[in-house]
Design a protein around this ligand. Structure first.
Ligand code: ADP
Length: 259
């Protein structure tokens, strides 16, 4: 609050009144904290039943495959894919509460950057039939960071590239090293982002509006979480995009020499 507006009124040495907005801000902060707590508890509570539904669906799927009930197994497979979507949404909500309360933790180790990218790409190739995920690697070397969190960011960028380029058939993933930085570019040939929105997309809950965008599902959290992870790991994240042509999403991390 502003000092000038916060001078207290004294009466017999007692403060009888405060000008200013400190109470408003306290109330706002408390409300925000309550919201964050609620989001955290709700996401946590949702996670438990979803995890067990997933386990049951997998058992059921395996039984149906064994009994050669292909049609039913196909339905369970689709259920499983929807459960994964739900799990990811809950995971994003949990991450946001962790970030906003400063409780996000990083488990840092040395790992080979290209290898981490290759593993993530291999996992994700199964999730899209339409797009070929093309990798073009330069020699990058090792980074000291949280491998799971970095894979999470790469996953976010690639799943967005798939989601926002429904008529394209490929996505290009490039890595390179410049001086003291390792970087990755995820290129799609999709709907693109208007120039005045390219910074906003990294904000919490922000989604580009427009008739086309409404058809894509999402909460507007993936890029916010990604940018918080990359910032905390000492890197940068950004996008170059042309509406109707596609987007190049980048992030870089400091490259350090292994001892
Ligand atoms: P979500 O995809 O769940 O909405 P994100 O935080 O991942 O949330 O992205 C925020 C917004 O940025 C999206 O709603 C979309 O409008 C835009 N966006 C993200 N990635 C792309 C992309 N590859 N191409 C076009 N627009 C994108």
């Amino acid at each position: 609050w502003h000092l000038a507006r916060a001078l207290p009124f004294y009466n017999d040495g007692k403060i009888v009144k405060w000008f200013g907005t400190n109470t408003d801000i306290d109330e706002q902060k408390q409300l925000q904290r309550q919201k964050d707590d609620f989001l955290g508890i709700a996401s946590h509570e949702l996670k438990t039943p979803v995890t067990s539904i997933k386990a049951y669906a997998q058992v059921l799927g395996a039984m149906l495959v064994k009994e050669r009930e292909d049609k039913k197994a196909g339905i369970v497979e689709r259920m499983d894919a929807q459960i994964n979507r739900l799990t990811n949404l809950i995971g994003d909500l949990l991450d946001v509460t962790k970030i906003n309360s400063g409780k996000i933790q990083f488990n840092r180790t040395w790992f080979d950057f290209n290898q981490a990218v290759a593993e993530t790409v291999t996992d994700l190739q199964h999730t899209t039939q339409k797009h070929t995920l093309v990798t073009e690697f330069s020699k990058t070397g090792k980074v000291f960071s949280d491998k799971d969190r970095i894979s999470q960011v790469i996953t976010n960028l690639i799943t967005n590239a798939v989601k926002y380029s429904p008529h394209a058939d490929k996505i290009i993933i490039q890595t390179k090293k410049d001086n003291d930085e390792i970087s990755i570019c995820v290129r799609d040939f999709g709907i693109g982002i208007p120039p005045d929105k390219t910074e906003k997309v990294f904000e919490q809950f922000y989604r580009v509006s427009g008739s086309k965008q409404h058809t894509f599902p999402g909460l507007g959290l993936g890029l916010y979480i990604s940018s918080e992870i990359i910032k905390r790991e000492g890197g940068k994240i950004w996008v170059n995009s042309v509406v109707g042509k596609g987007s190049d999403f980048y992030f870089s991390l400091p490259s350090q020499q292994t001892t």
